[in-house]
Design a binder for this molecule. Structure first.
Ligand code: MG
Length: 231
């Protein structure tokens, strides 16, 4: 066991498998909206295009250029336009995606095993950027909720990661001290720089082993490596 007392986890792409859950939702809606009949593109092309557009929009969000409402409104319009499909139900499709995706319960490989290992030895919390209703559904459906004492969602506050204020808010909600706390997340910008702003230690979860220049306390490519680090 390490000297840390409070472990703060990010949710999307760190514990909740955004990519697989999103893909499962797109497959579901592709059938539901009978998109295969258009024969303009395959499900795989559709998924690829959505992933590309969605990631580009989230990058813009992370540097403060657009807000989450903009992502919700625009992403499928851009996808269908670039796939050259005249589709009248874009808004409905978008609404369905937002309703269905959080109900997909897939977690990242090793997530549950790690949490089972940590629970009881540490106080576990979440700090996530997102809408309160959506993040709540993800936590419940995936069964992740039972491991966490406190869930801090940006939608509850006026701040979002990497703002120092959301981390300070999380510390006060949990009676945690920065010296005995650590942040675990997949985003260098939101999670790692945010934690450094406090300052508190960080675990950078980098499953694709993307190269970077950031100094981090620990770096892992698989969640279960936390065990080898002594957690
Ligand atoms: Mg994340």
């Amino acid at each position: 066991m390490s000297n840390y007392k409070h472990l703060f986890f990010d949710l999307d792409h760190t514990l909740w498998d955004y990519e697989r859950n999103s893909e499962a939702t797109l497959r579901l809606l592709y059938d539901q909206f009978a998109l295969s009949q258009s024969s303009l593109f395959t499900i795989d092309e559709f998924i690829r295009k959505f992933t590309e557009v969605n990631e580009r929009l989230w990058d813009l969000y992370h540097i403060g250029k657009i807000n989450q409402d903009h992502i919700r409104k625009e992403r499928f319009r851009i996808v269908f336009n670039s796939l050259r499909l005249e589709f009248d139900s874009i808004e409905e499709f978008s609404t369905e995606y937002i309703a269905e995706c959080p109900k997909m319960g897939m977690t990242l490989p090793g997530a549950i095993e790690l949490l089972e290992h940590l629970t009881g030895n540490y106080e576990l919390h979440i700090i996530t950027n997102g809408f309160v209703d959506i993040q709540d559904i993800k936590l419940k459906t995936s069964g992740l909720d039972k491991y966490f004492d406190q869930v801090i969602i940006s939608g509850h506050t006026n701040y979002r990661k990497p703002d120092r204020e959301i981390f300070l808010h999380a510390m006060s909600e949990t009676n945690a001290q920065p010296e005995t706390s650590i942040m675990i997340g997949d985003s260098l910008e939101s999670d790692i720089r945010g934690a450094k702003n406090v300052p508190m230690d960080q675990v950078f979860f980098n499953p694709k082993m993307t190269s970077h220049q950031e100094e981090v306390t620990y770096e892992i490519s698989n969640l279960l490596e936390m065990k080898a680090l002594g957690f």
